[in-house]
Design a protein around this ligand. Structure first.
Ligand SMILES: Cc1cc2nc3c(=O)[nH]c(=O)nc-3n(C[C@H](O)[C@H](O)[C@H](O)COP(=O)(O)OP(=O)(O)OC[C@H]3O[C@@H](n4cnc5c(N)ncnc54)[C@H](O)[C@@H]3O)c2cc1C
Ligand code: FES
Length: 258
């Protein structure tokens, strides 16, 4: 399937801290909101940031296509995201997107498992689902629990876990899974250890679904092979490299080799 993508100049409408190290940015931009599908991402070229010419990838959190609006949720972790957090409303920014392979439509009795800013990558899938999924959100502490109210406003049941017990159940987010009576499909975005644990559980319990990988990227469009991950293959090794930016970031859970 050939995905249409665009390089556009977007205008920042707002860019605000929402909690802890997390920010929400809302952009006005043509075409990309209309084309965006759940799980896809944008690649931002930060202005006046010449020491880092590479773009930075962010999941598309939400869109309002009729208003040409698109938003992301991001965590400040380094120079690029610090620069992004410093940009004021009305700043213009070069945006490439939508990129990557989206999540499949969610069937009934889907569970979303999201860690940290992974909540942003799965939000549009929940928004578009005719039967709302149950959402399990995990984080280190309550400051890492994002979008609980937004998922609940969609009609999703939300369960929370934190490593330190400061919100919801104390422990790993996977420990919440036994509370769900029926799981027909599971999707997730979060840190690699979470995705690896989920892939094991899904294989053991025969739960089909898709996982979205977060890998450091360069070109973002399949040209440089900086973002590869191992996937199963019918060759002598049993695996091959796939480009996360092009064949992913969303992969069938049973295809990934961790
Ligand atoms: C498909 C995709 C979707 C993403 N969606 C989001 C999102 O919705 N919100 C969000 O906050 N972030 C998201 N990220 C991660 C985000 O792109 C990185 O955090 C950002 O590029 C870091 O830039 P920096 O210059 O601030 O950090 P750098 O100075 O480049 O790095 C700072 C630290 O972050 C680590 N890091 C850098 N890139 C990544 C990465 N891709 N994954 C994990 N660790 C990384 C580095 O190893 C280093 O430890 C996504 C990444 C991908 C590939
Ligand atoms: S980032 Fe260049 S191929 Fe994926």
């Amino acid at each position: 399937m050939i995905m249409e993508k665009h390089q556009k100049i977007a205008t920042i409408l707002s860019n605000q801290n929402i909690q802890g190290d997390y920010y929400k940015a809302v952009f006005q931009v043509e075409d990309i909101p209309r084309l965006a599908q759940p799980g896809q991402f944008i690649h931002l070229l930060l202005p006046d940031f010449q020491q880092h010419v590479l773009r930075r990838p962010f999941s598309i959190y939400d869109t309002a296509p009729e208003q040409n609006k698109l938003s992301i949720i991001y965590k400040v972790v380094g120079e690029g995201t610090s620069k992004l957090a410093s940009l004021a409303a009305d700043t213009q920014i070069d945006m490439l997107g939508p990129l990557g392979t989206p999540f499949s439509p969610l069937p009934a009795d889907t569970v979303i498992v999201a860690g940290g800013y992974g909540c942003a990558a799965t939000f549009l899938a929940a928004k578009l689902a005719p039967q709302k999924p149950t959402v399990l959100i995990g984080g280190r502490s309550k400051l890492d629990i994002l979008l609980k109210d937004e998922y609940e406003a969609l009609g999703c049941k939300v369960l929370i876990s934190t490593d330190d017990g400061s919100m919801g159940t104390k422990g790993l987010v996977t420990s919440l899974l036994p509370q769900i009576p029926q799981i027909n499909w599971l999707i997730s975005c979060g840190p690699i250890p979470l995705l690896k644990a989920l892939a094991g559980i899904m294989e053991q319990q025969r739960i089909p679904g898709e996982l979205s990988l977060d890998k450091a990227m360069c070109c973002g469009v399949g040209a440089c092979f900086a973002c590869v991950t191992k996937v199963k293959a019918e060759n002598a090794d049993g695996w091959r490299y796939a480009r996360v930016c092009k064949e992913g970031p969303v992969f069938p859970a049973d295809q990934l080799v961790f």
